[in-house]
Design a protein around this ligand. Structure first.
Ligand code: ATP
Length: 220
């Protein structure tokens, strides 16, 4: 459903380590893109300091795996801007740089899991986030949703029940309910380190890349 709101592209942002990207990320991203009628959903690999990175997996390799994963999977795309710097980017800075490119009117949607959302008050300049984007909280259908005290006023002021009722380029919060696939990058790294197959947990092209480069073979 491209071209809503007078031809403006609707763009979503999903940050993550993607170490490696897997079908849990991709399936969830595709469902949210459908629910919000996004024209693009950008997967944004986060920078990780060298001492916290998986040995033998360079940031460019995490990026390359996401590129391979989203090939032919529109509206999913990859955005490597956080890896272009040599230190972690604050989410608010990433959104500001996207906003500068997209203009003031394009609707921008930041996707956050519930845990990340609850941690928002600890983020750098978190109160500025809603100037640049709407926040989409991904939540399990069976979850017990009790927001932390620090977020209650914000939710009372900004929450919209129906994701399709989000108006304008930024400023509201809504929930999208979805059941995540039981897959994690940690589990995938462990399996590979143990010499087990991760076929069908990652796209075939990602699996081929992991095998060709011998990634994640070292014991954790
Ligand atoms: P790790 O196991 O290394 O912590 P991860 O699999 O949780 O990694 P991240 O790169 O940290 O992957 O996640 C990026 C985003 O994707 C986060 O918002 C996270 O909540 C979400 N995510 C991770 N796994 C799933 C899944 N199975 N289904 C839906 N969303 C997921």
């Amino acid at each position: 459903m491209s071209g809503q709101a007078g031809g403006l592209r609707r763009i979503g942002v999903l940050g993550g380590t993607f170490d490696p990207v897997h079908i849990g990320h991709l399936r969830s991203a595709l469902e949210v893109a459908g629910a919000l009628a996004l024209d693009e959903l950008r997967l944004v690999p986060n920078f990780r300091p060298p001492h916290r990175s998986t040995p033998q997996v360079a940031p460019e390799q995490r990026l390359r795996m996401v590129e391979l994963a989203v090939q032919g999977a529109a509206p999913l795309l990859v955005d490597g801007r956080e890896l272009m710097r040599d230190k972690p980017s604050y989410t608010v800075d990433t959104l500001e740089s996207m906003r500068a490119e997209l203009g003031e009117q394009a609707p921008l949607f930041l996707l956050l899991g519930w845990d990340a959302f609850c941690g928002l008050p600890g983020w750098h300049r978190w109160e500025a986030l809603l100037q640049h984007c709407h926040i989409i909280v991904l939540q399990r259908p069976d979850a017990d949703v009790e927001a932390p005290e620090a977020l209650r006023d914000l939710l009372a002021a900004r929450q919209v029940t129906d994701p399709n009722a989000l108006i304008g380029p930024a400023g509201n919060i809504t929930f999208v309910w979805q059941t995540p696939l039981a897959v994690s990058a940690t589990q995938i790294r462990q399996s590979l380190a143990n010499g087990q197959s991760v076929r069908f947990l990652v796209p075939d092209a990602v699996l081929a890349y992991i095998e060709a480069h011998g990634l994640y073979r070292q014991p954790l």
